[in-house]
Ligand binder design. Structure first.
Ligand code: FCB
Length: 507
């Protein structure tokens, strides 16, 4: 009997070990046909050449030059403007299938409105051609936090309806000049973040906010402007998407979408209050952008709480916004805990954050390091939530990656683990029916980071800022990603070291 029990438990153990080892194994080929893997960037964060060939400042230039990054700026950044050929070669060496970059509006149309700058057209033509010649799909964003300063000066940028016309004209110039080769257009990068940061709390450009919610702003109104800015952003997106679908899509055969930043929110406690607060958080942060796109209006809870401060869609606007996308881009990094904070509802002066009546805290799992806690299941939950609540639209993961200190080791195990876990969760979500079409990690190179300049980095490649040539060096994560993309074979975290030490993939 004892022998039998020993045998059974030995067998169970063996099975469990097997299962746990197999659990994190997958290969490139497990993903559906047409699924693309790549990496992301944005214009101001990598291009440099900030005042060359006719480019004028964006609100990010102004913000950086005002000292918000302790003196760091994107004047040179990674100098991709001059080094795009070298960078595309690195992408080829890595095995990337797609590269996500953004067009600098004030490089293409200096001052935001008026004639198109031929030098700007030439640069993006060069970059796009270089990518395509090497078999890499360009995925292009039109606005990534870098509104032309001139439009902010003239009418306050996103808080004015005038932006809709100027943005549509700019989008038209992009479709006209590059649409024969670009098949994936994203109008806006994470409106929810640039609006919350720029018009409510005021820590991001254009630093508009009002007391007591935001600090150090000389202008703005945190109670109303975030809602106005989101409204005009959605209208600008919808107007550009309509133009693309009417005038270009039949000829160019491309797709147009919008990007949104998402956390996965988890109630801090199991109380009903925290559960409701978590749904409210989802509606205020995510539904704010996605509900108008999918259903033609803001979430009911927002309209109820915010009342007359949230703009009303006319029926024509609602019709234009609803369904104005072929895909949704998602930026997902981590999970946050949500606590009910309904007491703020009693406040007389309200703002965006206070309206949501929630309190946010980092995931309560004891980690407080510089790096994100690695919680890939949040991505899976998020994709499931979108599938269930928003009709399962096509999704591109536009950003996902690990934050490390800029000059930390090239052996970025934390990033390897992060990527490996999230790609696996994505695969699980797809197996469960999520309509995901691509994964682009943030970021290809160590870039100027929007939150802290050159203090943190997310790159697969380290960029040596001390070197006049800004040498790029692959980190372990670049080797890991390359191994995954090229060999197309199974990778298990514990096997990575062995396989990589048998020969790096990027020579
Ligand atoms: C996102 C931004 C991106 C990058 C990452 C870390 O919110 O879209 O540009 O800075 O954060």
């Amino acid at each position: 009997m004892l022998l039998l029990m020993l045998r059974v438990s030995f067998f169970l153990c063996f099975l469990l070990i097997k299962l746990s080892l197999c659990a994190d194994k997958y290969s490139r080929d497990d993903f559906p046909p047409g699924f693309v893997f790549g990496a992301s960037s944005s214009a101001y964060q990598v291009e440099g050449a900030a005042d060359q060939d006719g480019r004028t400042p964006s609100i990010l230039d102004t913000y950086a030059h005002a000292g918000n990054y302790d003196g760091a700026t994107g004047d040179v950044a990674c100098d991709q403007y001059h080094k795009y050929k070298e960078d595309v070669q690195l992408m080829v060496d890595t095995g990337l299938e797609a590269y996500r970059f953004s067009i600098s509006w004030s490089r293409l149309i200096p001052n935001g409105r008026g004639p198109v700058n031929p030098k700007g057209v030439q640069y993006y033509n060069n970059l796009i051609d270089e990518l395509i010649t090497h078999g890499i799909e360009p995925h292009v964003t039109l606005h990534h936090s870098d509104l032309p300063q001139a439009l902010d000066d003239e009418y306050g940028g996103w808080v004015s309806r005038k932006i809709v016309k100027d943005f549509t004209t700019y989008a038209d110039a992009c479709f006209k000049n590059f649409g024969d080769r670009v098949l994936h257009w994203t109008t806006m990068n994470e409106p929810n973040v640039f609006i919350l940061g720029g018009y409510d709390v005021g820590f991001l450009p254009p630093q508009r906010c009002s007391a007591p919610f935001g600090v150090n702003c000389s202008r703005g109104n945190s109670s109303t402007e975030p809602y106005m800015a989101a409204h005009y952003t959605l209208l600008a997106h919808a107007s550009a998407a309509r133009l693309y679908k009417k005038m270009y899509q039949d000829k160019q055969h491309g797709y147009i979408g919008i990007n949104v930043f998402a956390y996965w929110f988890v109630p801090l406690t199991k109380t009903i209050e925290d559960e409701l607060a978590t749904q409210r958080a989802m509606d205020f942060y995510f539904g704010w952008v996605l509900n108008p796109l999918v259903f033609g209006d803001y979430p009911d809870v927002m309209k109820k709480i915010v009342g007359s401060r949230i703009p009303v869609f006319t029926s024509l606007e609602s019709r234009i916004v609803k369904g104005s996308f072929d895909f949704i881009g998602l930026n997902y990094y981590n999970i946050l805990n949500i606590k009910d904070y309904s007491s703020t509802l009693k406040m007389e002066t309200r703002d965006f954050m206070a309206d949501s009546a929630i309190k946010i805290s980092p995931l309560d799992n004891g980690t407080t390091t510089f790096e994100y806690p690695i919680t890939p299941w949040g991505l899976q939950e998020l994709l499931e939530y979108i599938k269930e609540n928003y009709g399962n639209p096509p999704i591109y993961i536009h950003e996902n990656g690990q934050r490390t200190r800029r000059n930390s080791s090239l052996e970025d195990w934390g990033r390897v683990k992060f990527l490996q876990g999230h790609i696996q969760s994505l695969l699980e979500a797809i197996r469960n029916g999520s309509n995901s079409r691509g994964y682009l990690t943030w970021s290809f190179l160590d870039s100027l980071e929007l939150l802290d300049g050159y203090e943190s980095s997310y790159g697969l490649y380290y960029v040596d800022l001390e070197d006049p040539d800004l040498k790029r060096q692959p980190k372990l994560s670049a080797h890991w990603y390359s191994h995954f993309l090229k060999r197309k074979n199974v990778i298990n975290f514990d096997e990575v070291l062995t396989s990589i030490s048998n020969g790096y993939d990027i020579q």
